[in-house]
Ligand binder design. Structure first.
Ligand code: ATP
Ligand code: MG
Length: 173
């Protein structure tokens, strides 16, 4: 059975992506590391890894049944995560309804046999990968925070390419 590398994500529409481009440009270039192309910016909701293709309908059913609430996420922190070596925008607090949704969604996926990380969900937008050290700019607060109006989620396939991963939105929920 063929497998696909899959994840659920908040996927920006064109207007939101333009706003993202502006905010990432305003952060300035990373001195080292690989910037995430604007077209790839997203918020991972649940990383599934390799999934057999015949399991995709089950993912569709779970996502369709577990509706993502309308919520405004505020990305207010510029962070560097040493283990993952990434620079990201992070939401320091999340609306309660969104946290409940994420927990219930992860639980539903686990119950159906999908392996989801046990670590608490941290909403973040990765802006650069392979960043070896914290940026010299000590500012870590983004003021005003970058608002992401959540109106649904997407099932996304990831394919490795020589230039980094290529993403394909399979379906929106
Ligand atoms: P690359 O691996 O080529 O640097 P990438 O990390 O963007 O690119 P994937 O590894 O396919 O591509 O990951 C897709 C999304 O899932 C990314 O947002 C990534 O951060 C996230 N992700 C990947 N692995 C995990 C994991 N083990 N746990 C949680 N999220 C993950
Ligand atoms: Mg990866």
């Amino acid at each position: 059975m063929r497998t696909r590398r899959l994840f659920f994500a908040l996927w920006p529409d064109d207007i939101q992506r333009d706003a993202l481009r502006s905010i990432v440009e305003a952060l300035g270039p990373v001195s080292a590391g690989r910037p995430v192309p604007t077209g790839n910016l997203h918020v991972t909701l649940a990383f599934l890894g390799a999934v057999a293709e015949d399991r995709i309908p089950s993912l569709r059913n779970i996502a369709a049944a577990c509706s993502c609430p309308a919520a405004d996420l505020v990305f207010d922190r510029i962070a560097w995560w040493p283990r993952a070596r990434l620079r990201c925008l992070e939401a320091s607090t999340l609306p309660g309804a969104f946290v409940s949704f994420a927990q219930a969604f992860h639980e539903d996926l686990r119950r159906a046999g999908f392996k989801i990380e046990r670590r608490p969900f941290r909403a973040h937008i990765t802006v650069a990968r392979n960043v070896p050290s914290a940026p010299s700019d000590p500012s870590t607060l983004l003021a005003p925070g970058f608002v992401w109006p959540v109106r649904g989620m997407a099932l996304v396939a990831s394919t490795p390419t020589p230039d980094g991963s290529a993403y394909e939105v399979l379906e929106r929920f």
